[in-house]
Design a protein around this ligand. Structure first.
Ligand SMILES: Nc1ncnc2c1ncn2[C@@H]1O[C@H](COP(=O)(O)OP(=O)(O)OP(=O)(O)O)[C@@H](O)[C@H]1O
Length: 217
């Protein structure tokens, strides 16, 4: 489903290059869920952005559905993102000028995959029925997080990338939102790569990988 091999990345900083990793390998299989852990600043978000095709690798391969992201141009990468990936980043990036309903269907429309029955199922599961006509600024943090999850799953992409998807929520809300997300991931057979600092959340996924000193263990 996702194969990462010989992946290398440094960030350019005013103090010179900051090497994060030089030879990273891992696979995410169909329907599998992996927690990506590691100390702050070790490069977890950078790795997730690279898998999303939003940051370039210095070397290596990122195969998604047998296509190498690292060999693609911008247009090809955004095509692949549209059909293969659902994404929930720390900044939820809901579109402020669109209603919750329009935010939910936005990606699915781009991918030409609007399925009303599936959308209504997501809306019901995530408890968003009463919020569909509101705008993002009129929602609480937990509600916005649930919308971001719905949006990422609306187009039924085979891989979900999530960067601390409940990081901004209190423990009870985080627990509830995570339970909803994992139930939907299981139901759809979606593969999940999720950055988290929480060992408790990580334990709910199939396995964990820890990024430390440029190595995944
Ligand atoms: N665009 C950039 N340019 C230069 N340095 C960057 C850039 N993005 C991130 N960094 C640096 O690269 C390192 C890894 O950042 P990254 O956000 O990937 O870490 P992380 O493991 O996700 O951290 P956290 O757990 O705190 O979110 C950090 O030292 C960060 O300051």
């Amino acid at each position: 489903m996702l194969q990462v091999t010989h992946l290398a990345k440094s960030h350019q900083t005013p103090q010179g290059p900051l090497p994060l990793f030089s030879d990273l390998h891992f696979n995410l299989h169909a329907g599998e869920s992996i927690a990506l852990m590691g100390e702050s600043g070790c490069g977890k978000s950078t790795l997730l952005h690279m898998v999303a095709g939003l940051e370039q690798a210095d070397k290596g391969r990122i195969l998604i559905a047998d296509q190498d992201l690292c060999q693609m141009n911008d247009r090809q990468r955004s095509q692949l993102r549209r059909y293969q990936l659902g994404i929930i980043f720390q900044q939820l990036n809901l579109i402020p000028s669109l209603t919750i309903y329009d935010n939910l269907v936005f990606q699915a429309r781009l991918a030409n995959r609007v399925d009303d029955r599936w959308l209504m199922h997501l809306v019901a599961t995530l408890g968003l029925e009463a919020l569909l006509k509101r705008y993002p600024a009129q929602l609480s943090g937990g509600q916005q997080q649930r919308v971001a999850i719905g949006r990422a799953l609306a187009a039924r992409a085979p891989i979900l990338l999530a960067d601390e998807p409940t990081g901004s929520l209190d423990e009870t809300n985080a627990e509830q939102v995570m339970t909803l997300m994992l139930a939907l991931v299981k139901e759809t057979g979606t593969s999940l790569l999720m950055v988290t600092h929480s060992a408790l959340l990580a334990a709910r996924l199939d396995r964990s990988l820890t990024l430390s000193q440029g190595q995944l263990k």
